[in-house]
Design a protein around this ligand. Structure first.
Ligand SMILES: CC(C)(COP(=O)(O)OP(=O)(O)OC[C@H]1O[C@@H](n2cnc3c(N)ncnc32)[C@H](O)[C@@H]1OP(=O)(O)O)[C@@H](O)C(=O)NCCC(=O)NCCS
Length: 172
């Protein structure tokens, strides 16, 4: 598992390749590149090489979570995808938990996302990761499916000094 932010084109291409393979309605390459270029992007990657930080490993992605900070304490999760050949191995849940832990350490307390109501696998994943359904947008998607609005709120502030000082810097 590794975290990165920024403009690395090869990572952006690898994410687009996996999104195209794993998702029914993936973002375009330019949507993904533009999301990654934002200073507010938050990203967690999982590769076949496990916890390697090497660039080569990032090109062999087995999963990713891409989100953005919309406020100092709020992250919107936009995309979650796991390679179809590596589903039900715990990768999706690990990615979510790693992203949440990483963002919690810099002061994020709430995580929101939208999900097609027919996407049973994703709903099961998010529920198992502590998300709760807080709303529904009727016929939100082009195919007529409703969107479910899910959220996870963290109860406690981080106690360690590193996290506290990182949160302080973000609020300045
Ligand atoms: C949704 C998705 C990310 C799940 O990834 P994953 O790595 O297979 O999920 P995990 O192995 O971490 O599963 C964690 C839990 O979620 C639930 N879950 C995941 N997939 C499920 C499925 N197909 N059916 C039922 N429950 C499922 C289970 O509770 C599972 O725990 P368990 O295996 O111990 O029973 C993956 O199916 C995917 O990429 N789907 C296409 C993209 C997508 O729909 N993304 C979400 C909207 S952006």
């Amino acid at each position: 598992m590794s975290e990165m932010r920024g403009e690395n084109a090869s990572v952006s291409e690898a994410i687009h390749r996996l999104a195209t393979r794993a998702m029914d309605h993936p973002w375009t390459a330019s949507q993904i590149a533009s999301a990654l270029a934002s200073e507010f992007a938050c990203l967690m990657l999982h590769s076949a090489a496990g916890a390697s930080e090497a660039a080569d490993a990032k090109l062999d992605l087995t999963g990713f979570v891409l989100g953005r900070r919309v406020a100092v304490d709020l992250v919107e999760i936009d995309l979650v995808a796991v390679d179809p050949d590596h589903r039900r191995e715990g990768i999706g849940r690990d990615l979510l938990e790693e992203l949440i832990a990483s963002e919690a350490a810099v002061g994020v307390r709430e995580f929101n996302l939208e999900l097609a109501s027919q996407n049973a696998a994703a709903l099961a994943l998010y529920s198992s990761a502590g998300f709760v359904v807080v709303g529904r947008r009727s016929r939100y998607y082009p195919d007529g499916d409703d969107a479910l609005l899910l959220t996870r709120t963290l109860e406690e502030a981080p106690m360690d000094q590193t996290a506290a000082s990182a949160g302080h810097r973000r609020n300045e």
